[in-house]
Design a protein around this ligand. Structure first.
Ligand code: FES
Length: 118
């Protein structure tokens, strides 16, 4: 059964071969003019895609963030000032107002597809 977000997706864009994403790390790709940070969270056997922009000081940096786990929640910490965001929801895990955009993904035949709702 599809989630509400999956039902709204109009385009699945083939973004990258998953083998090109470093283990337990991220990489920045440009998709449809947007910088997107994609992560291979190998320890959890999960992949994520979020905007590359850290909203704290508006730096394009999150693909170089440090991924980890906060009480079961997969997260990325910005390398500049360590603001931390959920990789699932984009929520700021430091209790601050700003958050990041997350993208629905699916993995098929060794490729990551990112869903858009335009
Ligand atoms: S620029 Fe990312 S935490 Fe400050």
């Amino acid at each position: 059964m599809k989630t509400k977000i999956e039902k709204e997706i109009t385009t699945w864009f083939r973004a990258i071969n998953v083998e090109d994403i470093p283990n337990d790390n991220g990489i920045c790709i440009k998709v449809r003019g947007q910088q997107i940070a994609v992560f291979n969270f190998n320890k959890r056997n999960e992949y994520y895609a979020v905007e590359n922009l850290c909203p704290h000081k508006r730096q394009m940096i999150l693909s170089r963030g440090i991924i980890g786990d906060m009480q079961g929640e997969p997260k990325v910490a910005c390398p500049f000032h360590k603001k931390t965001f959920s990789l699932k929801s984009g929520k700021n895990l430091n209790g601050e107002d700003y958050c990041i955009k997350t993208y629905p993904i699916k993995i098929e035949e060794g490729s990551m597809f990112i869903g858009f709702t335009d």
